[in-house]
Design a protein around this ligand. Structure first.
Ligand SMILES: [Mg+2]
Length: 380
């Protein structure tokens, strides 16, 4: 089965309001749907959850001639060919260069394009074999725990509105919830976190996500202040430039498990966060870089080091991996309809998400289908 076509569909959906993480506003849901077609009539669908949309979509489309004619089931060979574009080997004076040459600063875009293409190839594999991904990967359970993610600093609302929001998820039946931190000063966040803990009760798990808000010194102070509220994990606490050894120093001064990985773009970075950063949960995102192929390598490394995987975002992709891995802990889900229009409006076929539980079905591949009218409506 040969690859015949690669097409990226970038789309940007305006959200109902502006959501703030610790330091950055977020008012649009941006994603790229990738189609890979084959000469046997099977089309695979992948998604890329990464910006800038146009640059990544253009690079994805430009990879068509690079992989056209390759075996669509040979995902490792395709992965290798695309990845090698990030480490070009061109001799001086060589004139027969047939592959595109990208600047170093395009590496992150190539890794994102690779994610979308790789996921589409896995989708093709599942469709060709008529197997849902969770079974293709060797899973024997179709249900995966899901936690409710939210708790942003929303424009026009009190920072304490998070208390009612989290209590609402708990009332729906979620036994694990996640909220943002680091967008207020420590006293302000103590008020939010302590209020949420009181509202959701002692038994529910409470994760906090700083989105890289703190210096090491500030993160140490913050986690000491938050520890009394029984924090399940402390996610991406440190500024990006210190998110390896700095994590290791932070891990040594708190009993709260650290979680990280969603911002990394290759295996080696996550390996170092496990080896040197002391993280206890890996949050790799197969839709941001490297695809499922890289996600499986990371899962294997995590297992060998006693670290659990709780991959970031996109439960329609990561739910399959969690179901197939003994150390797959849970998937992230966004119960808020306005916060996640892709899940709630664009995906017309997907796993079933109920409070605290994602149930996978027997549709082949990732088992997703797309409302193409929405893709057209929101295309950039
Ligand atoms: Mg996060």
């Amino acid at each position: 089965m040969k690859i015949t076509r690669v097409k990226a569909h970038p789309m940007s959906m305006k959200l109902d309001k502006v959501y703030w993480t610790s330091r950055a506003p977020w008012g649009t849901y941006n994603t790229i749907v990738v189609e890979v077609e084959t000469d046997e009539g099977i089309t695979g669908i992948g998604t890329i959850n990464k910006t800038p949309l146009k640059d990544i979509a253009d690079i994805t489309d430009s990879l068509e001639p690079v992989i056209k004619g390759m075996d669509a089931l040979a995902h490792e060979a395709v992965w290798d060919r695309i990845f090698n574009l990030t480490v070009p080997h061109i001799e001086q004076g060589q004139t027969n260069v047939t592959r595109p040459i990208f600047d170093q600063n395009k590496r992150v875009f190539i890794m994102a394009a690779l994610a979308g293409i790789d996921l589409a190839l896995w989708d093709i594999k599942g469709k060709a074999l008529k197997l849902p991904m969770w079974r293709l990967l060797g899973g024997n359970r179709r249900e995966v725990p899901a936690y409710a993610s939210g708790g942003y600093y929303e424009e026009g609302r009190s920072p304490l509105a998070v208390i009612d929001e989290m209590a609402g998820y708990a009332a729906q039946g979620y036994t694990a919830v996640k909220m943002k931190c680091g967008g207020a000063n420590i006293e302000g966040d103590i008020a939010r976190i302590s209020g949420v803990r009181k509202a959701i009760g002692d038994k529910a798990s409470l994760m906090i996500d700083a989105n890289g808000a703190y210096t090491l010194r500030d993160a140490e102070r913050a986690i000491k202040a938050f520890e009394p509220y029984d924090i399940f994990w402390f996610e991406e606490p440190l500024h990006w430039y210190d998110a390896t050894r700095g994590l290791g120093r932070l891990a040594a001064c708190t009993n709260v498990p650290l979680a990280s990985g969603e911002s990394e773009i290759h295996f080696n970075a996550v390996r170092d966060q496990i080896d040197l950063g002391g993280i206890r949960y890996v949050q790799w995102d197969c839709t941001r870089a490297g695809g499922l192929t890289e996600g499986l390598r990371i899962a294997a490394y995590a297992m060998a080091h006693g670290v659990q995987i709780a991959y970031h975002h996109d439960p329609q992709i990561h739910g399959h991996l969690m179901a197939a891995q003994p150390h797959g802990y849970c998937v992230e889900s966004f119960p808020s309809v306005p916060r996640d229009p892709f899940w709630h409006q664009v995906l017309t076929q997907k796993p079933k998400l109920e409070a605290g539980k994602l149930t996978l079905d027997d549709e082949p591949g990732f088992g997703i289908d797309i409302d193409w009218k929405m893709v057209e409506r929101w295309k950039i």
